[in-house]
Design a protein around this ligand. Structure first.
Ligand code: 7TS
Length: 423
């Protein structure tokens, strides 16, 4: 299947464009059939977490009812079956993101744990006094705080790439920051607050010219388009299962083998060792060296089912549909009196961050909630980004492939109601 790590051809208006069977897709997600506040649920908080298809729910239930056992250690049939399913997901993820080697796929709790892992292992080993780590203005807190702590500890400097008023990275400034002191660049692939799709390949290429490794935070990329880590040539790639229609508590850190091999362990204990004496511990081989303790086996099984589900969809059709929703919503929402959008990058994922004159975003969220519409109001764990735009919060609607134009209409009707109440 075609990959689209940088989905430049988003032309949903092309004749003969691929389309999704939305009725069938929505039936796959049982929660979408429920009501909220007595109205049909309109779930537009997908950037926070996405809903799960029945196949994911069934896979986890099947694991617990049929082959629950610990992995990698039992000699019995159940453990063998659990280990097979657990390792099977690793193979599916490897294939899905086109990593070279299954050893490059580390199971973690989510994007947050992935960035912390890299900061605490690669970072602690390679960043020293006077060095620099580069991030950007639009990072999620989970890609700010780990580097801040590391830089404080090592007396290194955290540098922040500025953005334009539209919410695009200023690449010339980034290029100027790169230098002999830079030890790592860590950048969000798709912004959860603005929707901006960053030019990841270019960011990696510019850093690699100077031999600097790059971590990409792909939490908001995987749910929307195909990612090819070899094509991007990034050194680390982090994402969360629960945003890509899988369970909570499971995520992935992809790392290039050559880097992972040189990294000290993160958490220590069972499974990550080869042998232990009171004098010395020898660490296990990759990827197990970074997977200490009993993992979230049901979560891994569920993530495998989520990947199967995603691979059953036409990725071009998913991109085309979400871009159609984004364009339609942008047009309709912008026409609501007093509404202004934050984040208007040319390359954008299906996120709308809204402000309404004289209305606090939380009030927007509350009124929409009464209509059965779920959005998120707040800083979206990107407080420095909010500061950049001079606000403390936005009201954010974020779409997934199962959302419809009718749901956008409901959102717009809800916003008109807000305007009326406060107008
Ligand atoms: N990076 C990005 C870009 C994110 O959007 C999030 C979560 C994370 C990292 C952290 O992921 P976690 O799974 O480890 O929590 N973003 C959001 C959001 O936008 N609303 O709620 C969580």
């Amino acid at each position: 299947m075609k990959t689209a790590s940088q989905p430049t051809s988003m032309g949903a208006t092309r004749p003969g464009r691929p389309s999704l069977d939305l009725k069938k897709i929505r039936e796959d997600f049982p929660i979408l059939g429920r009501t909220a506040r007595g109205k049909p649920l309109v779930y537009l908080d997908n950037a926070a977490t996405s809903q799960k298809p029945q196949a994911v729910i069934d896979a986890m239930s099947h694991y617990y009812s049929s082959f629950n056992a610990n992995v990698h250690r039992g000699v019995h049939q159940l453990s063998e079956e659990a280990t097979k399913a657990y390792e099977g997901t690793r193979d599916k993820i490897r294939e899905h993101i086109n990593a070279r080697d299954r050893k490059e796929i580390i199971f973690v709790r989510g994007t947050t744990e992935a960035t912390n892992l890299v900061a605490q292992t690669y970072g602690r080993k390679n960043v020293a006094e006077g060095d620099e780590v580069i991030i950007t203005t639009m990072e999620h807190h989970s890609n700010i705080v780990p580097w801040q702590i590391l830089c404080e500890e090592k007396k290194a400097t955290l540098r922040v790439v500025p953005i334009t008023d539209e919410g695009e990275l200023i690449l010339e400034e980034y290029e100027k920051m790169l230098g002999p002191k830079t030890r790592l660049v860590s950048v969000v692939h798709v912004s959860n607050s603005l929707g901006t799709i960053n030019p990841a390949r270019k960011i990696v290429e510019l850093a690699h010219r100077q031999g600097i490794p790059v971590l990409l935070d792909g939490a908001q990329a995987l749910p929307h388009f195909r990612v090819d880590v070899q094509d991007l040539d990034c050194d680390f790639y982090a994402f969360s299962g629960h945003k890509m229609f899988g369970p909570t508590g499971i995520g992935i850190l992809y790392g290039k083998l050559s880097l992972l091999e040189e990294m000290p362990p993160y958490q220590t204990g069972g499974d990550m060792i080869k042998s232990v004496t009171f004098e010395k511990t020898l660490y296990n081989e990759l990827p197990y060296r970074f997977e200490a303790g009993t993992p979230i086996i049901a979560g891994v099984v569920g993530l495998g089912a989520a990947v199967d589900y995603l691979r059953g969809l036409d990725p071009d059709a998913v991109v085309a549909h979400e871009q159609d929703l984004l364009r339609y919503a942008t047009r309709e929402v912008s026409a609501v009196p007093g509404v202004r959008l934050v984040g208007t990058a040319k390359e954008k994922g299906s996120v709308l961050s809204m402000l309404m004159e004289g209305v606090h975003p939380h009030d927007i969220g509350t009124i929409l909630d009464h209509e059965g519409i779920a959005i998120r109001a707040g800083h979206h764990c990107t407080q420095p980004l909010m500061q950049r735009f001079g606000v403390d919060a936005t009201a954010r609607a974020s779409f997934a492939f199962y959302n419809t134009r009718e749901e956008v209409d409901a959102l717009v009707a809800g916003l008109h109601k807000v305007a009326k109440v406060f107008g």
